[in-house]
Design a protein around this ligand. Structure first.
Ligand SMILES: Nc1ncnc2c1ncn2[C@@H]1O[C@H](COP(=O)(O)OP(=O)(O)OP(=O)(O)O)[C@@H](O)[C@H]1O
Length: 251
C-alpha cells in the first residue's frame, strides 16, 4: 500500500512580523492510499489549517508535504487539483448562487479537459444520489443536503484520488448528516478514494475514519487507531477528555 498524503514537521503561520501567529506546530502524519484519516480537536486547534496548507491556502509554511510521493512546493499545479479536491462545511457558501448545478459541473469538467460533459454530468448526479431532475436547479432550489451532494459531485468531477473534507456535515441537520456520511463512505469504496477529514465531532470521525490525529493548540498530541480510541486505549489526557465529552456517541 503506498502513501497518499505525507506531512512531516509542518509549521504553518498567519500574519507577519510582531503579529505572526503559529497555527500548526511541528505536525507529522501519513495517510495510506484508500484510507480515511481524521483530524479532531477543539475549535482553533489547527485542523483546518492543515488542509489549507495542503491546498495552498495557507502560504506561510515550512516542513515537508508530499502527495502520492510528489513533494509539495509553494505552488500548486493543475495535476495537484486533479488529484486533490476539497469539500467544505457550508455548501451554500461554496456554490455560486446564480450558477445552476449544470453550470457548476460543466465548468469544472471543462476546466479539467473532459469533453463527454453530458454523460459525465448524468453519471456524477447518479453517483451522489441526485437524479437528472436536479441538473438545472439553482442552489436556492436545493435543500442543504442536496447542495452538499452537488458540492461532492463537483469534487468528484476531476476524478481525484484524494478528498479533503472540512467538517462536511456540520452545517446539516442530524438526519441529513448521516445520509451524507454514508454517501461519502460508499463513494470511498466505489472510487478507491483517500480521505483526510476534519471534524470537531469525535462520533463523526469514529464513524468515518480508521485512524485519527488529535490536535491541541496547533500540535498533534496523539495519532491513534479508531478501534483503540473506541476502546479508550488513549495515552493522552486530552484525548480522554474529548472522548469523555462525547461519551456514548463514539461507542
Ligand atoms: N487566515 C487566517 N489568518 C489568521 N489566523 C488564522 C487564519 N486561519 C486560521 N487562523 C487561526 O489559526 C488557528 C487555527 O485555526 P483552524 O481554522 O485551523 O482551527 P480548527 O481547529 O479548524 O477550528 P474550527 O474547528 O473552529 O474550524 C486559529 O487560532 C485561527 O484563528
Amino acid at each position: 500500500m503506498s502513501t497518499s498524503i505525507s506531512i512531516e514537521n509542518l509549521n504553518v503561520y498567519f500574519g507577519e512580523h510582531h503579529d505572526l501567529f503559529q497555527a500548526v506546530k511541528n505536525a507529522s502524519l501519513s495517510v495510506e492510499q484508500g484510507a480515511s484519516f481524521g483530524l479532531v480537536g477543539e475549535s482553533g486547534s489547527g485542523k483546518s489549517t492543515i488542509l489549507k496548507a495542503i491546498t495552498g491556502l495557507a502560504p506561510q509554511w515550512d516542513g515537508h508535504m508530499a502527495i502520492e510521493g510528489a513533494d509539495l512546493t509553494h505552488k500548486r499545479d493543475r495535476t495537484f487539483y486533479k488529484t486533490v479536491q476539497m469539500v467544505f462545511q457550508d455548501p451554500y457558501a461554496s456554490l455560486h448562487p446564480r450558477h445552476s448545478v449544470d453550470q457548476v459541473l460543466t465548468e469544472t469538467l471543462h476546466l479539467h479537459g473532459f469533453d463527454d460533459i453530458n454523460n459525465r454530468i448524468n453519471k456524477l448526479l447518479l453517483d451522489v444520489g441526485l437524479g437528472p431532475a436536479f441538473r438545472f436547479r439553482y442552489p436556492h432550489q436545493l435543500s442543504g443536503g442536496q447542495r452538499q451532494r452537488v458540492a461532492i459531485a463537483r469534487a468528484l468531477a476531476p476524478e481525484p484520488d484524494i478528498l479533503l473534507l472540512d467538517e462536511p456535515t456540520s452545517a446539516l441537520d442530524v438526519s441529513v448528516q448521516a445520509e451524507i456520511l454514508n454517501l461519502l463512505s460508499d463513494l470511498r469504496s466505489e472510487h478507491g478514494l483517500t480521505y483526510l477529514m476534519v471534524s470537531h465531532d469525535l462520533a463523526v470521525v469514529a464513524h468515518m475514519c480508521e485512524r485519527v490525529a488529535v490536535m491541541q493548540n496547533g500540535e498533534i498530541v496523539e495519532i491513534i487507531d479508531v478501534a483503540d480510541m473506541r476502546a479508550g486505549k488513549t495515552t493522552q489526557d486530552y484525548t480522554a477528555s474529548l472522548l469523555h465529552a462525547s461519551a456514548n456517541r463514539v461507542a
